[in-house]
Design a protein around this ligand. Sequence first.
Ligand code: LLP
Length: 418
Amino acid sequence: MRDFQRRKDNMLIGGVSIAKLVGRFGTPLMVTDENALRENYRAVHNAFNAVFPTRVNYACKANSNLSLLRVLEQEGSCIDAVSIGEVEACLKAGFSAERILYTGVSVSDDEMRQLVERKVPINIDSIGQLRRLAALDNGHPISLRVNPDVGSGHSQKVVTGTKGAKFGIPKDEIVAAFAEAVKLGFSPKGLHAHTGSGGSDPTVFGRVTEVLVGIFERVRGELGIDLEFLDIGGGIGIPYRPEELRADLEAIASEVASKLQGSGVRTLVIEPGRYIVADTTVLLTRVNDVKSTPVKEYVLVDAGFNTLIRPAFYDSYHHVAVANKFGQQAQLKYDVAGPLCETGDYLAKERYLPKVEVGDTICVYDVGAYGFSMSSNYNTRPRCAEVLVNEGKAFLIREREDIKDLFRHQKIPSRLGP
Ligand code: LLP
C-alpha cells in the first residue's frame, strides 16, 4: 500500500488528480504510476544484486500491459513468461528472446514449436514435456523445474511447491531427469522452483534455495553438469492492509545468498511479479447506487469481479478510499460491491468510509498485480481502460473495450436466420 497525496479533498496519483482522470477517461479505470513501477523494480534488483549476482525475471502473468513491459525493458528487467501470448507481448515490448524464460505447465507441442521458432528458452515442467521437446529440437536451450516440496502462499489456491501440486518434476526424480535430458542431446542451463505467491518469510526463500543447491551439487557431482543458474521463482508478498509491513527485501536476499555462498552457483534468478507491479496501480470505480439493507449498507460501484476478481476468488483484502473525499473522516460501515449478478461479487467488506453518495469515486488500492490480467467479460461487460501517469501527465495505454468488441469473434449459423 502506498500513501497517496491529496489536493483539497481529492486524491492524487503520480501528481494527477483522480477527479481529472475520471472526468477524462471514465470508469472503471486502472491507473498506473510509472515512477512507482521503476522504483519497485530497482528496489528488488538492487537488494539482491547487493549480495549475489542476480537476474530479475519479471513474472508478466501479473500484468502484461505493453507499456508497463516497455518501462521494465528500459529498466533492464528480464521476463518469466507462461504462455505464447505473454512471449509475444514481451517480444513486442522490445525484449529479446534470451531475456525471456518460458515456464509453462500443460504445454502443447504447438506452443513448444512456436517457442523453438522464436528461440525462447524453455523451463521444462515434466519428463513427458522433455521428450516431446527432444522430438522437435534437442539443441534448444532448457532448464528444469523441480517440485521442491516447499510451499507458501496467501491462499491454498496459489501454493505451487508442495508435493501434490501439478507443477514441476518431483524432487526425487530430478537428477534422473537431468541425466535423461543429456542423453536426449540437451545441454541444460539451469534449475528452477517456485514455492507459491504472496509470502514474505525469508526462511521459505532460504529453504527452497537450499533444496536447489543440494540438487545443483548432485547434478554436478553425479553427472558432471555445471548449471549456469538457479531460479528460486517469485512469490514476494506486499502489504495489502494498512497495518502490514513491506517485505524485508534485504532480509530475503541475504537469507538466499547465505545458502548460495561457496556453492559454485554463478547466477541467481528471481521471478517477482506482484512485488514489482501490485502497488503501482489503482482501480477507480464510480458509485452507481447506495443501498441500505436491514443488516448492512452497500456502496454499489461499476466494477465487479469482472474487473478485479481477487476479493471474490481468494477473499483477498484490497484497501479502498473515497477518492473525492480523501481528507474526510470515516463515518459509516459499508460493503463495496459490483454490478454482477452474483452475491459473491464484492470488492471490499465492512469498511469505514466517509458518507458515500452516488457519483463518488471509489479508489481500490494495489490492483497492479493480477488485476487486469485476471479480468473478464463476465455478464457481457467490456473490459476497463488503463492509463499510465508520469509526473503530472496521463496517457491512455489501453482503450476501454466497447460493446462491439464483445461480438467480434462470434458467428451466428445462417440456418438460425438473421
Ligand atoms: N514464477 C512462477 C513460476 C509463478 O507461477 C508465479 C506466479 C510467479 C513466478 C510470480 O509470483 P509473484 O511474485 O507474483 O507472487 N493470481 C494470484 C497469484 C497467482 C500466482 C501464479 N504464479 C493472485 O492474484 O494472488
